[in-house]
Design a protein around this ligand. Sequence first.
Ligand code: SF4
Length: 223
Amino acid sequence: MTNQSKLEQLNEEIIHCRKCARLVAWREEVARVKRKAYIDQEYWGKPVPGFGDSNARVVVVGLAPGAHGSNRTGRNFTGDASGAFLYPALHRVGFANQPTAESRSDGLVLKDLYLTASGRCAPPDNKPSPEELNNCQPFLERDLEILKPQVIVCLGSIAFARVLRIYSIRNSAWKFGHGAHYQLENGTWILCSYHPSQQNTLTGKLTVNMFDDIWKKAKSLIK
Ligand code: SF4
């Protein structure tokens, strides 16, 4: 079975998941009520599966879908401000064929990179609970099992904590910080980055140059 068919099978399972009652209610409520600007659009309103190159050597782990971003469009970081910061950076370094991401049919192709998340359903206030993240963790584990990446880029401290948990790392010296990177015994690198949320990009906590450095570093860590 190829990686692509394994990921397709996994993603099919993900989009039918209804394990977290609070998130199922929220994602569907948002999809029904909609934001005024998108009132004519049909929202996805389901768990958002992984997206990208099925032979990627770099896997990017985000937090969870935005209510009116990927919960609307059905694809990671698509149709919101975080994506408008992320995809141009991926394009500049050659991981994406275009800098824009508007919908699942916009022609965007990722090369050598796969995008996934700690939680697959949009949470209220962008905050999944620890229990919800635990419920969702097996999906991320399976992404990582299938892809066996050389580099895992963690966008934000929650993604970093989740990845450490998956690999049973209890080393207190492994702390989250922008640009911090650590190597697992199996050779895989874990590279930390601030999340490209508006809270970080509008305040200057994460600048374009700082983010570009992450993707250059990710490339340099590939064997
Ligand atoms: S967050 Fe994950 S485990 Fe919970 S309902 Fe969504 S897909 Fe299922």
